[in-house]
Design a protein around this ligand. Structure first.
Ligand code: TXA
Ligand code: MG
Length: 367
């Protein structure tokens, strides 16, 4: 269905606890659009979300249509206040309450038993619902002004990298949604951590902005990470986290994730890039500043490579903020092959490696 998409500027900024939220005429008007069943893309601290009234099945349906998203891939409900939980969550286990207390508002999504009021369209037919309270002044103001939980997946066409800027949303969804609220670049750049809180031990279904280490510290016990095998099994069986069975974040050119430790890692990336160029390929590399500096020091000729610098290996926040934009930038070049540099899997590195591996379609090489 064709729609006239309007782009409205809203305040840029990071959420500061206690700060008065941004409530501008544009946000109030966007809330009206949402109440009437429309689609509004809005900034969060992780990536842009594509919002609809999460309790209105037909509004939620139009999210799936606009994104081209399979209807069994459930959506996250976004709330602005803890009191909003009561109407959508049937039971709040103590560990989940603790996680909400520590990390909300923030990049953490909790999977909990749902109430009847949450449509099956929102949860992809599951009897659980994913909930998060985003730490972004515009997102929080929009949810409050709308007065209902907002269902919001990342505001990209299904299978494309998640949007970290309003222009990414426009590139994917112009003419398919009603409003884009442009609040500038998002801060974190990878999506929230999704944690299944329905069992005894919390299970990370998708690593994200909150690290496994920080979750374990908060609950004072172990937090599991869903196994690769369990994720693979989702390809056929009923899915505890249906999102995991779809190929995500795919750049147009085939990508390979190269693992290892510097400086051998940097040497290997250079060797592979040279070999690909010798075979007539146009090579794009998404690498760290340290790799670029190393190649300069070693006088390695990089002139025929399309290099995207993700940031410093010493600052995983910087890398996380740049990976999706980097993948989109590579899509706008003529490269035919992409090499991705790996990072250590601790802290935010786990989420970064998860996204890079998905971009590479699980094609991983190295020690
Ligand atoms: O940071 C984020 O989480 C962003 C911003 C917009 O909030 N949203 C986001 O939504 O990444 P989406 O739809 O792209 O990813 C939601 C993930 C999917 O992997 C989905 O399968 C999983 O959460 N999920 C949602 N509901 C679930 C449920 N009831 N049980 C298990 N997994 C669920
Ligand atoms: Mg997504």
């Amino acid at each position: 269905m064709d729609r006239q998409t309007v782009i409205w500027q809203v305040p840029q900024g990071v959420y500061d606890d206690g700060e008065a939220l941004a409530v501008t005429p544009e946000i109030l008007e966007a809330a009206n659009v949402l109440r009437e069943g429309g689609l509004v893309a809005f900034p969060t601290e992780t990536v842009y979300g594509l919002g609809a009234n999460g309790l209105d099945a037909s509004a939620v349906d139009s999210i799936f249509i606009a994104k081209g998203r399979p209807s069994d891939n459930p959506l996250i409900l976004h709330i602005a206040d803890l009191a909003d939980l009561d109407q959508i969550v049937a039971r709040l286990p103590a560990r989940a309450a603790c996680l909400a207390e520590v990390f909300w508002p923030g990049p953490l999504t909790l999977v909990l038993p749902k109430t009847k009021i949450v449509p099956m369209t929102t949860t992809g037919g599951l009897d659980t619902v994913a909930v998060r309270m985003p730490a972004h002044p515009v997102a929080l103001a929009l949810i409050r002004a709308t007065g209902v939980p907002l269902a919001a997946p990342s505001a990209n066409v299904s299978g494309r990298p998640s949007p970290t800027r309003a222009e990414h949303v426009a590139n994917d969804l112009m003419g398919k949604i009603d409003v884009i609220l442009d609040g500038g670049p998002t801060g974190i750049g990878v999506e929230s951590t999704v944690v299944d809180c329905t069992g005894l031990t919390p299970i990370i279904l998708r690593p994200g902005g909150v690290s496994k280490e920080d979750l374990e510290q908060a609950v004072g016990g172990p937090v599991e990470l869903i196994s690769h095998q369990a994720a693979e099994d989702l390809l056929d069986g009923p899915a505890p986290s249906p999102g995991m069975k779809y190929r995500h974040y795919a750049p147009k050119a085939p990508a390979l994730l190269v693992t290892g430790e510097p400086p051998r890692l940097f040497d290997q990336l250079a060797t592979m890039a040279r070999d690909l160029v010798a075979k007539g390929e146009q090579v794009g590399l998404m690498v760290s500043r340290e790799a670029v500096e190393y190649w300069q020091e070693q006088s390695i000729d990089t002139t025929s490579w399309q290099i995207i610098c993700m940031g410093s290996r010493g600052d995983l926040k910087e890398i996380a903020a740049n990976i999706y934009g980097g993948l989109r930038d590579l899509d706008n070049t003529t490269v035919t092959r992409i090499l991705l540099e790996s990072v250590p899997k601790s802290g935010l590195g786990l989420a970064i490696m998860n996204r890079l591996a998905k971009a590479a379609g699980s094609r991983i090489v190295g020690q």
